[in-house]
Design a protein around this ligand. Structure first.
Ligand SMILES: CC(C)(COP(=O)(O)OP(=O)(O)OC[C@H]1O[C@@H](n2cnc3c(N)ncnc32)[C@H](O)[C@@H]1OP(=O)(O)O)[C@@H](O)C(=O)NCCC(=O)NCCS
Length: 216
């Protein structure tokens, strides 16, 4: 009998590097992840996300998050794909780390986005999971550039980008909760990449590569 992973390889993707495990967000992880998000990701006066999903309460956030993950699965194609992964640190669910791209076969460029539950921030986990996903992009998918964006007031995300070796790529003015704010852009090339101390072990890579149009 076919498994759902054989039909949709993203769901079988798993990356392990020392204490970090990134696991595709299967349906059984959506509830635990939204519970973690509801416990808090940032202060009430902060908004690190372009789409301010994290300010919703328990009546709205879980269903919105589930619809978001299901919608990304529906839209998944070699032209536009998004691999949202749950982050585990020493076996505990701590947050999420995603990698996504449009026209990857041409641009060889992928972007990342992430969050950690507040109780897990400031311990180096955000740097480690960014290093793990960038290593996955460069080594497993053949990315030539990894990019990231952060609001100018998101010191932690900007610090992670600097620590991992990204260069400033400029800024733009964007809307956030009805206000104009500065979005900083960062770009990382393989030769500048400051890697995590542990190598990645990837499960489900060959079918995932095929699902985004790459050869085995
Ligand atoms: C951004 C985020 C993923 C970073 O993960 P983290 O585990 O907290 O970051 P790290 O512990 O790896 O810290 C990386 C660097 O940032 C610095 N840093 C962390 N929080 C900081 C803060 N509030 N102000 C200034 N620097 C900060 C740390 O000092 C560290 O640098 P150092 O090692 O030179 O001291 C996490 O803070 C988070 O989830 N924030 C809320 C959601 C978010 O911003 N997502 C990203 C959207 S672009």
């Amino acid at each position: 009998m076919s498994s759902v992973e054989s039909i949709f390889p993203l769901l079988g993707l798993r990356i392990v590097a020392g204490p970090v495990e990134l696991r595709a967000i299967t349906d059984d992880l959506i509830g635990p992840l939204t519970d973690l998000a509801l416990e808090g990701i940032h202060g009430a006066d902060e908004m690190p996300f372009t789409v301010p999903w994290s300010i919703e309460g328990p009546k709205v956030l879980p269903l919105n998050a589930a619809k978001y993950y299901w919608g990304k699965r529906t839209e998944f194609s070699p032209a536009t794909w998004s691999a949202d992964m749950a982050t585990f640190w020493e076996g505990n669910l701590v947050g999420a780390q995603g990698i996504f791209s449009s026209n990857f076969l041409v641009t060889k460029t992928a972007e990342t986005g992430s969050w950690l539950g507040r109780g897990f921030q400031g311990r180096g986990i955000g740097t480690a999971m960014r290093q793990v996903i960038c290593a996955f992009g460069f080594d497993a998918l053949g990315a030539e550039l990894m990019v990231s964006g952060a609001f100018a007031d998101n010191e932690a995300s900007r610090a992670v980008s600097r620590k991992v070796g990204y260069e400033d790529q400029g800024w733009s003015r964007v809307e956030r909760l009805g206000q104009p704010v500065t979005m900083n852009r960062f770009v990382l090339a393989p030769e500048s990449f400051l890697r995590f101390e542990h190598d990645n072990v990837v499960e489900g890579l060959a079918p995932f590569r095929r699902s985004i149009g790459l050869s085995d």
